[in-house]
Ligand binder design. Structure first.
Ligand code: ZN
Length: 283
C-alpha cells in the first residue's frame, strides 16, 4: 500500500485466513467461550489504563483528527498542496489503535463486576496495530489476531495456557509447518524495558511458537501463549469471585503469519498443498 508493513490481501490469501480461523474454532469452540468482537480502535483511556504506554510506547498508535475552523482548514489544504507538514494542526481523538486483540476484553469483563467462581473465557478477533515499519512481510503494521482469553485465578489462567500450548503445537504440526516453541519477551521500550523483558523471561510469562518464514535462523512467532499474572486484573479492576485481582492469560494466533508460513512451505497454490493439510483446513 506504499507504506512499509501495510498490505492489501488477495481473495486466495483471505480464504486461507478464513480456514485458519475455522480450524481455530474447531478446537476452541467446544470450550464454550463467549464471543466478543471489537473494532481495531479502542478507547484512548483503555490504552492508558492497560500499561502499554509504559512498556511499549514506540509501538502504540493513537488516532488524530482535525479540530480547527475555516482558517485552520485553509492553512491545512495549502500545506498539503505545497507538500508541507499539514499534520501539526491534528489533535488526538479519544480513539487509539488496539495493540492486541485481548485489550477490549478486560474492561468489558471488569464492568460486569466480580467474576463467577469458574472465571471467564472469551474469544476475540480483530486487527491490531504495531508501529514497526518493516519490509519483512511477516512483520506488518496492521494485522489480525485471533485469541482466546482466560480470566480467573492463577491456577485457571495457567491451566488454560498449558492446554493451549499443547493444542497450538498439535494444530501447527497438523498443517505441516515446522516449528519450535521458546520462551520469549515482548519488545519493551528503553532501560526499564530491558528489566521488564528479562523478568518476563525468567518467570516464563510468554512462550512463542516459531515457524521459519523469511529466515531459518530467525523464525517468526506465529502463536503466542501469554500469562499476564494479575497485571490486567489490577489495571482494569477485574476481580475474582473472592475479590482478588484476577489473573489472566491469552493465546494469540497471528493469522497472517500462519497464512504466510503455509504459502512459504506448501507453495502459492492452496489447491496443490498436501492432502493432509487441505483436509485439516477444509480447503
Ligand atoms: Zn492477548
Amino acid at each position: 500500500m506504499g507504506v512499509d508493513g501495510l498490505y492489501g490481501r488477495s481473495g486466495t490469501f483471505e480464504h486461507v485466513i478464513e480456514r485458519i480461523n475455522a480450524a481455530f474454532s474447531a478446537v476452541g469452540d467446544p470450550d464454550g467461550p463467549e464471543v466478543m468482537r471489537f473494532p481495531p480502535g479502542i478507547g484512548r483511556w483503555q490504552l492508558e489504563k492497560s500499561g502499554y504506554l509504559k512498556s511499549s510506547p514506540q509501538l502504540a498508535g493513537t488516532i488524530h483528527s482535525f479540530f480547527g475552523g475555516d482558517r485552520e482548514h485553509r492553512t491545512m489544504v495549502e500545506l498539503i498542496e505545497k507538500k508541507g507538514d499539514w499534520t501539526a494542526g491534528q489533535k488526538t481523538t479519544e480513539v487509539a489503535l488496539a495493540p492486541a486483540a485481548c485489550y477490549g476484553v478486560y474492561p468489558a469483563i471488569a464492568a460486569r463486576g466480580p467474576l463467577p467462581a469458574d472465571g471467564a473465557l472469551v474469544d476475540v478477533y480483530t486487527y491490531v496495530f504495531r508501529h514497526e515499519p518493516s519490509i519483512d512481510p511477516a512483520r506488518m503494521q496492521m494485522f489480525r489476531q485471533r485469541e482466546h482469553v482466560r480470566l480467573g485465578t492463577a491456577d485457571q489462567a495457567l491451566a488454560f495456557r498449558k492446554l493451549w500450548m499443547e493444542r497450538g503445537q498439535a494444530m501447527i504440526g497438523a498443517i505441516g509447518l515446522p516449528f519450535t516453541v521458546d520462551v520469549a519477551n515482548d519488545p519493551f521500550f528503553g532501560r526499564t524495558g530491558r528489566l521488564l523483558a528479562s523478568s518476563q523471561r525468567e518467570e516464563s510469562l510468554k512462550f512463542e511458537l516459531l515457524v521459519p518464514i523469511t529466515s531459518k535462523e530467525q523464525p517468526t512467532a506465529c502463536v503466542s501463549f501469554n500469562y499476564h499474572r494479575d497485571l490486567f486484573g489490577q489495571n482494569f479492576g477485574v476481580e475474582t469471585a473472592s475479590g482478588e485481582p484476577a489473573h489472566t492469560a491469552c493465546v494469540g494466533f497471528g493469522v497472517e503469519r500462519i497464512a504466510l508460513a503455509l504459502f512459504r512451505h506448501h507453495g502459492f497454490d492452496p489447491k496443490a498443498w498436501p492432502a493432509a493439510v487441505r483436509n485439516v483446513l477444509g480447503l
